[in-house]
Structure formats: structure tokens, C-alpha cells
Design a protein around this ligand. Structure first.
Ligand SMILES: [Mg+2]
Length: 269
């Protein structure tokens, strides 16, 4: 995918190495639910949406608390590290109502995102259920996925509102997603750009895929160096090209379980 909207070159022997299987013990032969993170997973980090969100979170805190932008940014980073997300910190420490915060920080310019026909084709061919699971708001996920041109391919969006504002990577967030959407972890695959967000789904029995890139714009992104040299055990597969990775997957076998036959939570904890 490219910012110019030009169709990318097809997967060749030169680019085949971008599809890296790190661990072979859990593949996709049982996958009936395809779960995708949104930001920097379903569009490239070069779009730098997080820089806009980052700026607006700082502005929100600046206005809320009447502090300088620098002080606001310091607080934001502190809350991110301490509570997992800036919003969690604001809710717990300052009793901030999440709706106005989410509306403000996600009111961003999406023109950097180009429609991605190649990714659309790759996702469309996946048999089974497809979900977006994001720490962002539902409205943000809808806007972004619409812009990419893939919104209609997904059954639903599990947003931060759906999870009662409990974010990934906590086990509680995954438990809520699984319960709300009737997902069987053992029959699911999770695609993410944040390595730490794959630890819990791995423990639950999901197949895990790290979609990574050198040019991440999230200043707290963890794991590039770790993932490249010695990926943690909870990452089964890695790719820098999600569409190519999906295209390389073997055709589904009869082992996948359709919706309705899944246990509510039959994966190992
Ligand atoms: Mg992400």
C-alpha cells in the first residue's frame, strides 16, 4: 500500500522474505475468527495518525487541567505507562468522562490514509468471521476502516467502549471481547502491531501475528529489536506486509469451526 494510492508490486521472490514464520506450532488451519487491531495494523504507520492523536491528547489535558502543553504531555506519558492508556489515567485520577475525550482526540485528518484495494482483496478472501479489536473509539475505527475501504468486510468492531474502557493488553479486555462477540480463542487469530498486545491472546490459545514496520510513529512502541532478533514465544508469525501475509496463507481446511459451534472460551489460559 502506498500514500500515493499506486497499486503495490505483487509479492516476488525479493519480497517473499517479508513473510516470516517465527514459530510453527500454531498455524491457521483451525482459524475461524480473524481479529485485527486497527491503528498501524490495517494501515501503515507511515500515515502517522498517532502523532495527530498524541497532539490532541496533550491539548485535551492542557485545557482540562490548565497546565502547559509540556506539562500535559508529561502527564499523558505518565498515565500511559502507569495505567496502560492515557484515558485510563484520566478516568482514574481525574474522573474524566470518556466520551468527550475520545471524540476530541480522534477528530483528526485522515487524508494520509489511501484506500487499499490490495488489503481489501486479501481480507475478503478470509473464510470465517472478521472483527476489529481496537483501543480506540468505535467512531474512529469506523472512519479509518471506511477510508481504507474495508469497513464492510468486518462483522463488528470491539472498541474501547465495548470493553468498558479497559484496554489491551490486559486480560480483562480480551475476556470482554471474547464474551461480547462469542469468540473461541482456540479458533482465532490476532493481528497486531504492538508486540505486548499479543501476549494475552497467545496465552488464551489464539494464533498471533505481529504486523510490524521500521517507521512506527508510536513513541512507546515496544519490541522492534526484540521481535527481529529473537521474537518472544507469544509471537507465532511476523510480517511487514499484512496483505502479502494473508495471501500466502494456505486454503482453509475442514478443521475450522463455524460460528455457533465454538465454545465460549475453550483456549488454554
Ligand atoms: Mg495498533
Amino acid at each position: 500500500m502506498s500514500k500515493t494510492g499506486k497499486r503495490p508490486t505483487p509479492l516476488s521472490s525479493a519480497t517473499a522474505s517479508i513473510v516470516t514464520q517465527v514459530r510453527s506450532q500454531r498455524g491457521f488451519d483451525r482459524t475461524a475468527v480473524w481479529i485485527f487491531d486497527l491503528d498501524n495494523t490495517l494501515y501503515p504507520p507511515e500515515c502517522r495518525l498517532f502523532l495527530q492523536i498524541d497532539q490532541r491528547m496533550g491539548e485535551f489535558i492542557q485545557r482540562l487541567l490548565g497546565v502547559s502543553f509540556e506539562q500535559a504531555q508529561h502527564l499523558r506519558k505518565t498515565y500511559y505507562r502507569q495505567f496502560g492508556t492515557t484515558l485510563s489515567g484520566l478516568m482514574k485520577v481525574h474522573r474524566v468522562s470518556p466520551g468527550p475525550f475520545l471524540d476530541y482526540v480522534h477528530d483528526i485528518d485522515l487524508t494520509a490514509i489511501a484506500p487499499d484495494a490490495r488489503l481489501r482483496t486479501s481480507i475478503e478472501r478470509l473464510e470465517g468471521r472478521r472483527l476489529i479489536f481496537t483501543n480506540g473509539s468505535r467512531r474512529h475505527a469506523e472512519r479509518v476502516a471506511e477510508r481504507v475501504g474495508i469497513l464492510d468486510l468486518f462483522e463488528d468492531i470491539c472498541s474501547i467502549e465495548t470493553c468498558d474502557y479497559t484496554p489491551k493488553p490486559t486480560a480483562a479486555a480480551f475476556d470482554r471481547m471474547i464474551a461480547r462477540h462469542g469468540v473461541s480463542a482456540a479458533h482465532s487469530a490476532m493481528f497486531e502491531d504492538m508486540p505486548l498486545n499479543l501476549e494475552v491472546p497467545h496465552a488464551l490459545g489464539m494464533t498471533t501475528v505481529l504486523v510490524h514496520d521500521e517507521a512506527g510513529d508510536n513513541p512507546w512502541r515496544v519490541g522492534h529489536a526484540v521481535a527481529k532478533s529473537a521474537a518472544p514465544d507469544y509471537i507465532h508469525h511476523m510480517t511487514t506486509d499484512l496483505a502479502a501475509f494473508l495471501d500466502e496463507l494456505p486454503a482453509p481446511s475442514t478443521g475450522a469451526t463455524p460460528r455457533g459451534d465454538q465454545g465460549a472460551d475453550d483456549g488454554p489460559r
